[in-house]
Write a protein that binds this ligand. Structure first.
Ligand code: PEP
Ligand code: MN
Length: 348
């Protein structure tokens, strides 16, 4: 491991760094005359060591973590980790489509949407029973009643379910209906929730907080991974930009391309919450796949004007068909495939 110490460090702070390093079993060697670059060797590195050094007041930065690799980091040459949830496959050259309403509002309507998105190749139905809303007076979701509706839809339509959980006390009940648990942008940094969801052992869709750096996003994933659950899918849904007059958020396609290199975890793109308007969903969905995303999560509603939340960004099922067709074509260019293509070929 290689540390950069602060310049002109008081002896006490320097001693504290050296004592910590020796306590972990490292031998310490300064690489420069100014005694700022400190190389540590002779002991197996651990992610906890790196975090401890980052917390020490005398350490400016950890320049190289050596073999103290965090669980999300892609080791050299490591292939993608493939996450499967119901019929969906994310990673390893396979991409999946998740689609559905923002919120579960009415069982007949959700059933209709589920059948129609499934016919377009969606392998997971999205829909929140618990809605994280900015105002406490906005529609908060139907809660347990919404979960029951999702269970009914799952049983009748035979599509997998991904739904958001906001409260650690609701994880168990949500697991009874969900094939994949969603952690929303507003909850990304809630470590008690991350740990509880990780421990549930189901695949997790982790959305990036709208003010979170890529490093913070990856460390939120690290909380999930630290429970021993490896099935984490990262979701880029746009960060807060300066021009919300045009798009609701700024889709960070650079982060998608970066994440595909930095981690073995699959990455999906949510063009709906990035755009905030239906007419931009299709081009942002295309951009996400071209940047390397292993899937899309898209909000769909047959009557957006009647939706209790996010109606402005909901696309129709016909528009979803175009998104799915784009996805197939763009994946093909990359020699990747759409999750249902294997099934289609097998049944052809
Ligand atoms: C959602 O998926 O409906 C949602 C609330 O998304 P986000 O957490 O990304 O805002
Ligand atoms: Mn929404």
């Amino acid at each position: 491991m290689l540390l950069r110490l602060k310049k002109g460090l008081p002896q006490r702070q320097l001693d504290a760094v050296l004592a910590e390093a020796r306590g972990f079993g490292y031998e310490c060697k300064f690489l420069d005359e100014g005694r700022q670059l400190l190389a540590l060797s002779g002991a197996p590195g651990r992610p906890e060591h790196r975090s401890r050094f980052e917390d020490l007041v005398g350490v400016a930065s950890v320049l190289d973590a050596g073999d103290a690799r965090e669980r999300h980091e892609r080791a050299p040459g490591r292939p993608d980790h493939v996450v499967r949830a119901a019929g969906a496959v994310f990673g390893g050259g396979v991409a999946s489509l998740i689609a559905g309403p923002c919120a579960v509002e009415d069982v007949t309507r959700v059933k209709e949407i589920a059948k129609r998105v499934q016919a377009q190749g969606a392998t997971l139905l999205r829909g929140g029973a618990y809605k994280p809303r900015t105002s406490p007076y906005s529609f908060q979701g139907l809660g347990r009643a919404g979960l029951e509706m999702l269970a009914e839809v799952r049983a009748e339509v035979g599509i997998g379910i991904v739904t958001e959980v906001m409260d650690p006390r609701e994880v168990e009940a949500t697991c009874e209906v969900a094939d994949m648990l969603q952690i929303g942008a507003r909850s990304m940094s809630s470590s008690p929730l991350l740990l509880e969801v990780g421990k549930a052992g189901k695949p997790v869709l982790l959305k990036r907080g709208f003010g979170a750096t890529v490093r913070e996003f990856l460390l939120a994933a690290e909380y999930l991974l630290s429970t021993g659950n490896e099935d984490v899918v990262l979701c880029e849904r746009g960060v807060r930009g300066f021009d919300s007059g045009v798009t609701r958020n700024l889709l960070d396609v650079g982060a998608v391309a970066h994440l595909k290199r930095a981690t073995h975890l699959p990455v999906v793109v949510d063009p709906s919450h990035a755009a905030g308007r239906a007419d931009l969903v299709r081009p942002l969905a295309r951009a996400g796949i071209v940047a390397g995303a292993d899937g899309l999560i898209v909000e769909v509603h047959p009557r957006p004007a009647e939706a209790h939340s996010d109606g402005a960004q909901a696309i129709s099922v016909d528009e979803l068909a175009q998104v799915a067709a784009d996805m197939r074509a763009l994946l093909d260019l990359d020699e990747r495939c759409f999750a249902t293509q294997g099934l289609e070929r097998a049944s052809a």
